[in-house]
Design a protein around this ligand. Structure first.
Ligand code: ADP
Ligand code: ZN
Length: 210
């Protein structure tokens, strides 16, 4: 199954994606993770992406589309997407969505609907393990990961000012995708204001229907 996860930064789609991946073997492909990996390895794409990400802006479409397309193609060829995939963070603009549509048919778009207040509150609190990506919240008393011993960090772009900017960008550039996918008849909405377990249940029900 080919799935797109759509929703504001901090809506919880990354967390749910990991759960779905573990349960159904549908692979989580996050454009943000691809960029962060490129930044860590110091590639030209990483260096370019960093400038935009640190300001809360989108990386230009041509660079993003190229990176995601190449990644998907390589993973399809090596067989690692045989149970399908979930795209997280891509597409984020109408042009990206149209390019993707030319490239492959998507079965389902899960739209995580959430209020702005909730999103900013969650982003302000979130931290994660730099090694295994396990999530933590600011109140937790850990400095190292209880699972792997990795260092617990916050994302640079989770700074409150940058987070606000990311939300503005989302409303302007990504919001139109909801209408786009509604018209294609593949959009399903999830109430992402609910506790994590409830969101997970709702997703399971929706996936069972497809
Ligand atoms: P979040 O959803 O919490 O904003 P992501 O990890 O998806 O986090 O994205 C982090 C940043 O990476 C974005 O703010 C943007 O700069 C860049 N980015 C990720 N995906 C895309 C995309 N599809 N198009 C353009 N920029 C992107
Ligand atoms: Zn860890």
């Amino acid at each position: 199954m080919k799935i797109i996860l759509l929703g504001a930064p901090g809506c919880g789609k990354g967390t749910q994606a990991v759960k779905i991946q573990n349960k159904f073997g549908i692979k989580h492909v996050s454009s943000g993770d691809l960029f962060r990996a490129a930044i860590s390895s110091g590639t030209p794409i990483g260096n370019l992406a960093k400038e935009y990400m640190n300001k809360g802006q989108l990386v230009p479409d041509n660079v993003t589309i190229e990176l995601v397309k190449n990644t998907l193609q390589a993973k399809i060829e090596d067989g690692s997407l045989e149970n399908g995939f979930m795209l997280d963070g891509f597409p984020r603009t109408l042009d990206q969505a149209k390019e993707l549509q030319k490239f492959m048919d998507i079965d389902l778009v899960l739209y995580f609907e959430i209020s702005n207040d909730k999103v900013l509150e969650r982003i302000a609190k979130r931290k994660f393990c730099s090694k295994c990506k396990e999530n933590y919240v600011a109140g937790d008393d850990f400095t190292t990961c209880t699972k792997c011993g990795g260092k617990i960090v916050r994302r640079d772009d989770d700074d409150p000012e940058v987070a606000k900017k990311r939300l503005e960008v989302y409303e302007k550039q990504t919001f139109p995708l909801i209408e786009y996918y509604k018209e294609l008849g593949i959009l399903k909405t999830i109430n992402a204001d609910q506790p994590q377990e409830k969101v997970e249940q709702d997703i399971n029900v929706l996936l069972g229907e497809v």
